[in-house]
Design a protein around this ligand. Structure first.
Ligand code: ADP
Length: 485
């Protein structure tokens, strides 16, 4: 085994994930370098690092996305490796290649794998020889509406027109009837062109009541590829995840093994290296279909860490250093249940629109079974330039019920004032019968959640709090009236 030394790494990211990566690096005795934009001069990740370099103006295309500049700074500081986190440059094959060319280890897969999996059509093409179940549809770009209509008739409506280069839940259009195909195609192509600089779209069957279940994989450079079970990510808004958990309540050991094996094959199809995630849709009859592979650390990776006891960032670094994965598939066991709520500065009573401002009060909950991967502190402004996620609130218990209960308590003890957040939404989910019983799908928000529902429960909560306060006040008054005789 030929291990490479890694004494110092640069984290090409910001917020909670930059801090998360630094914590593991520190534990491993590796020095850390933060990068920051003008808007992040006083950010926590900058103070947490051993060294920090200013990279540019606030907009990400003038800072966090400047691959060349980041590499130049990394070289100046004798950095051995770059961890890209998620988002920004993490799935940019050119950046990974640039690191490779400059003698800096990119802590992630090889650029070739990123390139294949970054394009949904190329990904389908790569996995098609591996007997992986795919969503019915075509695995080539479609530009002609007539062709799209023919395909739709064959696979049956509703269909989904998807951008090949799509991501973040963007570039998707559901078409219910044949008469709408032409118009929706034109829109999808123009949207994909403006959002991703690539107008290539394709057609898939729209699975009407699916669950989004993904498998965490790890692969080293010695041909060992294994999986670390699943994450259930069906609670979404705008096709983007808000609540995740592990394990999923609908997988039994047999289906877990089948999906795990399929995920390993997907990873092998692109010569994967490091930590990656293979996403699937699972229909009502528990048929599963390959959706895409994310070639980076996922936002929701902590739930896997908690149920498996494996530090995924540590594994990423070790694999990048050329080490063999030190455990086997049979060594891995699921222990307990973990739940994650993405705490976004968004207003759930107003369509989850970003709610920027100053964090007048910001107190995170602590306690056994509670983990908060956080990037903010009291008094900070939330910059308008980046993803509005403040933190991830994660709970861990012996059972699903325990993790849910702990989440409700942790939400109550998370004090944020100054911006609206997804905390009350998280509580709504945790208290909802469909979520509690495990009988839900990706349409949870559409089916059960309206702005009014939350408003009503918020008002009820406020009323209960007011009644309690009044009761305590009256009781205190009572106590004060000491009888004089
Ligand atoms: P992105 O790369 O933008 O995240 P994905 O392909 O991962 O897009 O899909 C995101 C979400 O969109 C899924 O979790 C699911 O909720 C929905 N979705 C995607 N494809 C389908 C489909 N064929 N049928 C039903 N829902 C889908």
């Amino acid at each position: 085994m030929n291990c490479i030394k890694m004494k110092k790494i640069l984290i090409a990211n910001r917020g909670e994930i930059a801090i998360r990566v630094m914590k593991t690096a520190r534990k491993m005795g590796i020095k850390t370098v933060a990068i920051y934009s003008k808007a992040d001069r006083n950010a926590l990740h900058v103070r947490f690092a051993d060294e920090a370099v200013y990279i540019g103006e606030a907009p990400s295309n003038k800072s966090y996305l400047l691959g060349d500049k980041i590499i130049k700074e990394a070289k100046k500081l004798y950095v051995d490796g770059i961890h890209p986190g998620y988002g920004f440059l993490s799935e940019n094959a050119h950046f990974a290649e640039l690191c490779e060319k400059n003698g800096i280890i990119f802590i992630g897969p090889k650029s070739k794998s990123i390139k294949i999996m970054g394009d949904k059509l190329a990904a389908k093409d790569a996995v098609k020889h591996y007997n992986i179940p795919m969503v019915p549809g075509v695995d080539r770009a479609v530009t002609n509406p007539k062709e799209a209509a023919d395909i739709a008739r064959e696979i049956g409506f509703p269909i989904l027109i998807k951008a090949s280069a799509g991501g973040g839940g963007k570039g998707m259009r559901i078409v219910e009837q044949e008469k709408d195909v032409e118009e929706q195609m034109a829109r999808a192509i123009s949207e994909a062109t403006s959002a991703f600089g690539n107008g290539s779209v394709f057609v898939e069957k729209y699975i009407t009541s699916p669950r989004h279940i993904e498998i965490q994989v790890l692969a080293d450079s010695y041909g060992n590829t294994l999986h670390l079970f699943e994450r259930e990510c069906s609670i979404q808004r705008r096709h983007q995840k808000v609540v995740e958990e592990a394990p999923s309540s609908i997988l039994d050991p047999e289906l877990r093994k089948k999906m795990g094996d399929a995920a390993i094959k997907v990873a092998k199809s692109c010569d994967y290296l490091g930590a990656g995630t293979v996403e699937f849709l699972v229909d009502k009859n528990l048929n599963f279909y390959f959706l895409e592979m994310n070639t980076r650390l996922q936002v929701e990776h902590p739930v896997t860490e908690l149920i498996s006891g494996i530090d995924l960032v540590e594994q990423q670094i070790k694999i990048a250093r050329g080490e063999v994965i030190s455990f086997k598939q049979e060594d891995l066991k699921i222990k307990g249940h973990a739940l994650e709520l993405r705490v976004y500065a968004e207003d759930p009573t107003n369509n989850f629109l970003p709610s920027v401002g100053n964090l007048n009060i910001y107190k995170i909950p602590t306690g056994k079974g509670i983990r908060v991967d956080n990037g903010f502190e009291q008094g900070m402004d939330i910059p308008i330039y980046y993803d509005p996620m403040l933190s991830k609130l994660i709970t861990y218990g012996k059972t699903r019920e325990e993790a849910i209960q702990l989440m409700i308590e942790a939400i109550d003890n998370y004090k944020i004032e100054g911006v609206k957040t997804t905390l009350p939404f998280g509580k709504f989910v945790c208290n909802h019968e469909a979520f509690r019983s495990g009988k839900f799908d990706t349409h949870f928000v559409k089916n059960y959640f309206t702005d009014q529902v939350l408003q009503i429960s918020l008002n009820e909560e406020a009323q209960i709090a007011a009644t309690m306060a009044l009761k305590i006040y009256l009781e205190d008054q009572q106590k004060l009236k000491i009888p004089i005789n």
